[in-house]
Design a protein around this ligand. Structure first.
Ligand code: KG4
Ligand code: ZN
Length: 344
């Protein structure tokens, strides 16, 4: 008699930065609910994420968000097979809220607990967007805290071949946006401004290459070049065209990201490249990467913006594959702010 495979439902929790999120995911691929309580408005007042405020807001929201995720999935807590939670990297106080909630729930329900790496979650957002995508492939993860070029050998098996030496791509977007008075969060604001106006060839900002790994990134020199340019304009009394600065900066970042991503995929012989992380929402980056991949006969994957930003559905997908591999976290699971990809 043919055996019918039972569905696996993962309740996932994410609180590593400024979004309190919970989701229910079926078999690692299908989103049954994806609830995100964003704190962006709160942090905008201060021009960036204030860790203490983030932690406090997570505490206020977490139970409500979990409850909503389970209800929207049309389930009860008893119906889930395991609880997955981001335990690093991220802000320690913020992570602790999600980890504590997940531990309490899993313990009370008698369900397994699975700790998930935040970057693994970002990569797995692609599995939700593309139900047929299978490893191996190359992934470029670009977020507020990370710029990683990663070989995805198999589910849960990663090798980082390129990383940023200084600022992450999203961090550079946020800092430049602040310098030209666009405010927080900078990435989407620069993206929108450039979509309306701005000449990407107006100012020749540097495309940094660093010694060591050819796949590594460095964005602090570019950030300094933008700040120097703004200072020079101020000293000379020249009016700054903010849209041109934003467009030229964005082009400098995307040129490097596209070049490294495509080079990595080609060098290692991968015909699939998946973009991930908050910056993966960037319109110019998606367009440029798509074009470059088409030229090189590489299939290009990129999640919808709601799956690029921090969310719990991506943690539910990653959690499912870790769960299937037999990964179980103990009740001593702790937040690890600087957790490395591939470590446990
Ligand atoms: O992945 P994410 O939501 O959080 C982290 O794990 O860091 O990424 C947030 C980062 C922020 O720096 C934000 O400015 C950037 O992603 N970002 C963008 C865009 N949307 C978000 N950067 C460029 N263009 C965008 N459209
Ligand atoms: Zn993230």
């Amino acid at each position: 008699m043919q055996q019918v495979e039972k569905d696996t439902f993962i309740l996932a929790i994410e609180s590593s930065c400024d979004e309190t999120a919970a989701a229910v995911v079926r078999n690692g691929r299908e989103i049954l609910s994806n609830v995100i309580a964003s704190q962006i408005d709160l942090h905008t007042l201060y021009g960036g994420v204030v860790p203490e405020i983030a932690s406090r807001k997570h505490i206020e929201k977490i139970n409500q968000v979990i409850d909503q995720a389970v209800r929207q999935a049309g389930m009860t807590l008893q119906d889930v097979d395991a609880v997955a939670v981001t335990y690093g990297p991220g802000l320690v106080g913020a992570l602790l809220v999600g980890v504590s909630a997940a531990k309490a729930l899993a313990f009370a329900l008698g369900k397994p607990l699975v700790g998930v790496h935040h970057i693994e979650g970002h990569i797995c957002a692609n599995y939700l967007q593309y139900p047929d995508l299978e490893p191996p492939f190359m992934s470029l993860v670009v977020s507020g805290g990370h710029s990683h070029l990663v070989i995805v050998r198999d589910y849960g098996e990663y090798e980082v071949i390129g990383r940023t030496r200084d600022d992450a791509a999203g961090e550079a977007f946020d800092k430049v946006a602040r310098a030209i008075g666009l405010g927080y969060p900078g990435g989407p604001k620069i993206d929108q401004l450039v979509a309306r106006e701005g000449n990407p060839d107006a100012i020749p900002f540097p495309r940094a290459s660093v010694g060591g790994s050819v796949y590594d990134f460095s964005f602090s020199g570019l950030k300094s070049a933008v700040l120097n340019y703004l200072n020079e304009c101020k000293m000379k009394g020249v009016e700054v065209n903010r849209a041109d600065v934003a467009a030229s900066f964005q082009k400098a970042v995307t040129d490097v990201l596209v070049a490294h991503g495509v080079r990595g995929a080609k060098d290692y012989g991968f015909h699939k490249l998946a973009l991930a992380g908050g910056v993966a929402s960037n319109t110019a980056l998606r367009r440029a990467m798509k074009e470059a991949c088409e030229k090189e006969d590489i299939d290009f994957y990129y999640p919808a913006p709601i799956l690029c930003t921090d969310n719990a559905a991506m943690i539910g997908s990653a959690g499912y594959y870790e769960f299937q591999k037999g990964v179980r976290s103990g009740w001593d699971l702790n937040a690890v702010p600087n957790l490395k990809l591939g470590e446990r």
